[in-house]
Write a protein that binds this ligand. Structure first.
Ligand code: SF4
Length: 426
């Protein structure tokens, strides 16, 4: 059953697939602020893969299998009632299989006689289908930025903590604080933004007070690749933590990058269709300006923390860096971002590029074909695509080999990393 809007969701529990744990949770909190009962789907596990495989043909991509499996797990949970359940599943046009998730889920639910389950597929285009219009969209945006900020604090702190687990605890507590601000009903948007900023400052101070030893010289790896797989810990078998266990610090391309890229892409298409001076273009520019302004507001207290980890001021920086390898106007999508981000990270002084990709996804396959020439042009920086399909055999061995290449690169690197004020000299 497809229907958008708050009315259709009344009396139902909405389940959100957690592409990123934090992103899914803050989005659920945003729905709760509109009086909608919402939560992320329960943690993925073996049953997820079994159900995903059982109801797909084998040609689907790994993230699709996980998303489908997680939703089907909900339909088998105790107390499940189709007429009181809704699933959130965004969709898109274009060559990527992401556009097929929605029809496949609906078909499987129909085949199972569960067509009373509501599947909502909201988009920014329709202002989230009457759930709360512009204010909902704006709140979802700052929620996503907050999640990106917390994740960045987690990843830049955890490799240096002295007591194992303290950063994870602070991260979890921070996320809960953020959820509480986001789920409050009847707050004006400016009030929520200001409360969220206060909450993030509090979280920042908690991260700063973690007992950590910031010693220079730890390899910093840029993590790029397919957005679901690089963010979803189940899909990538907790790759970032594994890289940390091998002595690295990771810098993960965040979700905000993808949002800015899709905005850029939409505006670029308008220009190519002769709509540079149109109402649509004016609206898109205003929206982008507001999004950037609110992002700056939330990022401002983290200025000192993110020295050396700055995001590009404009997504065109990334797009232009991809141009010699996979031009965004022709290659489209994540492969261009992966290459552009790799270039951006190189000039920030990272020590290696890790591309996380689902097995058989063309983004990883195409990027992998281009990385050798990218690497050659960038002082032979190590670049490696790691593929995932749920049956990786020896990830530790592969990471170990990659880290040897990283060590070799560090001894000859030409672009030095900039450290923030928390780092000490060795
Ligand atoms: S980018 Fe690849 S893995 Fe991701 S949804 Fe598209 S086809 Fe699937």
């Amino acid at each position: 059953m497809k229907s958008d809007g708050k009315k259709a969701l009344t009396g139902r529990k909405l389940y959100i697939p957690p592409m990123t744990q934090a992103g899914g949770r803050v989005l659920a909190a945003t729905f709760r602020s509109k009086g909608i009962e919402a939560q992320i789907t329960p943690p993925s596990d073996e049953t997820t893969l079994e159900l995903g495989a059982l109801y797909s043909s084998g040609e689907e991509c790994f993230p699709e299998k996980i998303t489908l499996g997680d939703f089907l797990k909900v339909t088998r949970s105790e107390g499940f009632e189709p007429s009181k359940t809704a699933f959130l599943l965004p969709t898109a046009n274009g060559p990527c299989r992401f556009g097929q998730y929605w029809p496949l889920l609906n078909k499987v639910l129909d085949d199972l006689g569960l067509d009373d389950v509501l599947v909502i597929s909201p988009s920014s285009k329709d202002g989230y289908g009457g759930i709360g219009g512009t204010s909902f969209f704006k709140t979802a945006w700052i929620a996503l930025i907050a999640a990106d900020i917390l994740r960045k604090m987690l990843l830049k702190t955890r490799p240096y903590e002295k007591i194992k687990g303290t950063t994870d605890t602070v991260y979890e507590e921070s996320l809960v604080m953020v959820e509480k601000v986001l789920e409050r009903e009847n707050l004006t948007y400016p009030k929520r933004l200001s409360l969220l900023k206060e909450c993030l400052i509090h979280a920042r101070d908690n991260f700063r007070s973690i007992d950590a030893e910031y010693i220079k010289g730890k390899p910093l790896l840029a993590v790029v690749g397919e957005i679901f797989c690089r963010h979803n810990r189940f899909a990538n078998e907790n790759m970032l933590r594994k890289l940390e266990e091998h002595g690295a610090e990771t810098w993960l391309a965040d979700v905000g990058e993808w949002v800015f890229y899709t905005d850029w892409s939409r505006m670029d298409t308008m220009i190519r269709h002769g709509k540079k001076y149109s109402t649509d273009m004016a609206i898109a520019k205003i929206k982008s300006h507001i999004m950037k302004k609110d992002e700056h507001k939330l990022l401002e207290p983290f200025h000192d923390d993110f020295i050396g980890y700055e995001e590009p001021e404009d997504i065109t920086e990334i797009v232009e860096l991809a141009e010699p390898y996979l031009p965004a106007r022709s290659a489209l999508g994540e492969m261009s971002l992966s290459l552009g981000r790799s270039g951006y990270s190189y000039f920030k002084g990272v020590d290696g590029i890790v591309d996380i990709s689902p097995f058989s996804c063309m983004n990883g396959i195409v990027s992998e074909a281009v990385y050798p020439s990218f690497s050659k042009d960038h002082n032979n920086i190590p670049c490696r695509v790691f593929y995932y399909d749920g049956v990786n055999l020896d990830l530790d061995r592969d990471i170990g080999i990659f880290m040897e290449l990283v060590k070799g690169y560090i001894s000859r690197k030409k672009v030095e990393r900039i450290y923030n004020i928390f780092f000490k000299n060795n």
